[in-house]
Design a protein around this ligand. Structure first.
Ligand code: SF4
Ligand code: SF4
Length: 439
């Protein structure tokens, strides 16, 4: 695509980077067919190609973002399905990230939107605040129907809808993880922010699987949210601050001894950490270390697939599992085969839904900020999953598990919990014993 950015604008490295992305697009439109919002709405401006043109016009002419442009950019899930499809290698993800940051700096959103975004940025990345918010959310459930009727407050109703009714005892009183093997390969296990609050069993299952494979699992002191949540809202400075804090925390671990991988159980975080090298490319103090830690980042399925695994326990093995590939895993990281292979090797019968390439509508905080679209996308995903008649749905991202779990009666668990169970760990609490007998 031809561009006409003024030379002065290209002196800004972010602008120059976006211009190089835009130039790669040849308008072929292949990406439109795999874009969930275009598939649903049929509007070119809600397709990757249409958004690229909107972003080009906004950045090239240094335009004040209009409400219409913001609407179409906000509707993008950042699912990156378009990047998997694009034959020209257009890095749409970096382009839309820049557009979101530009909008954040140059557009004043209506106050309810500003308030909700501020609350999300101040609460979700901090486990203690998030836990307190969930407790409040349980008390506020009766307000949900009222909030749903006020368009500007629908995101608040969507937040309340995501609050788990209660946590199962097995999720809160967890058995101690197996001790790490101190002379094994050292791995940093990302602690995350939302996942340990919503599904604490995932981390413990991961620690057991890694310990059985002989790994020395380290939890880095001072580590926090990966920054993806604020990055998706265009809050660039906050995302960079989160990345720098984590790099410092991982540096301290490496000083004590070499690390072979940073293992991540939430694929949205994995995509973000694998991109730290790009995010901090212009920061002389962090660029090199950011690239180093990005290169060490591994999704749990990707890492475990390289390990020698113990034999499987027959109790778990015969189950029919519908595997939901999270967009951040399949499109963001290109990890497609490892989770399915792990589940198959563990003895499960793995089935894949129709339209597996399409997003479930979770997409970070998308299902809060765009509740109507997220619901339609989620319903479509769940219909495809339910059609498979599986006993359980496996996903490698807690956001997907929440979004899908809200809309189906089939239990949704993390892939690693099924691997742990097959290796002799406890049955994930979401799967009732009757389900095993029937499958
Ligand atoms: S990231 Fe997803 S929603 Fe956004 S334009 Fe690409 S395919 Fe469409
Ligand atoms: S597939 Fe790639 S090159 Fe073709 S329109 Fe989409 S982004 Fe542009």
């Amino acid at each position: 695509m031809q561009t006409r950015f003024p030379p002065a604008a290209l002196a800004d490295p972010d602008m120059a980077q976006s211009e190089s992305v835009i130039r790669k697009c040849v308008h072929c439109g292949f990406c439109t067919a795999t874009c969930p919002t275009y598939v649903l709405l049929g509007d070119e401006l809600d397709s990757p190609r249409g958004r690229i043109i909107l972003i080009k016009d906004m950045l090239e002419n240094a335009r004040q973002p209009s409400a219409e442009v913001v609407t179409h950019i906000d509707r993008c899930l950042s699912c990156l399905s378009c990047m998997t499809t694009c034959p020209s290698g257009v890095h749409y993800g970096h382009l839309v990230d820049h557009a979101r940051a530009y909008i954040d700096q140059n557009y004043r959103r209506p106050w309810p939107d500003r308030m909700i975004r501020w609350v999300l940025g101040q609460v979700l990345p901090y486990p203690a605040r998030f836990r307190a918010a969930l407790a409040l959310g349980r008390l506020a459930q009766p307000l949900k129907p009222l909030l749903q009727r006020v368009p500007a407050l629908k995101p608040v109703a969507a937040m309340l809808a995501l609050v788990p009714r209660r946590q199962h005892a097995q999720a809160t009183s967890l058995p101690a993880p197996a001790p790490s093997v101190t002379n094994g390969p050292r791995v940093i296990l990302l602690q995350g922010c939302a996942e340990p609050v919503l599904q604490p069993a995932i981390r413990v299952a991961t620690q057991r699987v890694l310990a059985r494979a002989g790994c020395d699992v380290v939890l880095a002191q001072g580590e926090g949210c990966c920054g993806a949540l604020v990055h998706h809202m265009g809050q660039d400075a906050a995302a960079k601050a989160a990345a720098r804090r984590n790099i410092d925390a991982w540096d301290a671990v490496e000083v004590a001894g070499p690390v072979v991988a940073i293992v991540i159980t939430t694929s949205g975080c994995g995509t973000s950490i694998k991109d730290y090298g790009f995010l901090l490319r212009d920061d002389p103090a962090y660029a090199q270390r950011a690239a180093h830690f990005s290169a060490l980042a591994r999704d749990i399925s990707e890492f475990v697939a390289t390990l020698d695994m113990p034999p499987v326990a027959p109790a778990a093995a015969p189950l029919r599992v519908a595997y939901h590939p999270a967009c951040s895993l399949q499109h963001g990281q290109g990890v497609t085969d490892a989770p399915r292979q792990l589940l198959t090797r563990a003895g499960y019968t793995v089935v894949t839904p129709k339209e597996a390439h399409l997003c479930c509508g979770s997409a970070g905080v998308y299902n809060i900020l765009q509740p109507d679209l997220a619901d339609r996308i989620g319903q479509r995903k769940v219909a495809n999953l339910d059609r498979l008649g599986a006993a359980v749905i496996a996903a490698g991202n807690v956001g997907c598990a929440m979004q899908i779990g809200q809309r189906t009666a089939t239990p949704v668990v993390h892939t690693i919990e099924l691997i742990d169970w097959a290796q002799g760990g406890p049955r994930p609490y979401q799967i009732p014993p009757a389900q095993i007998a029937e499958s």
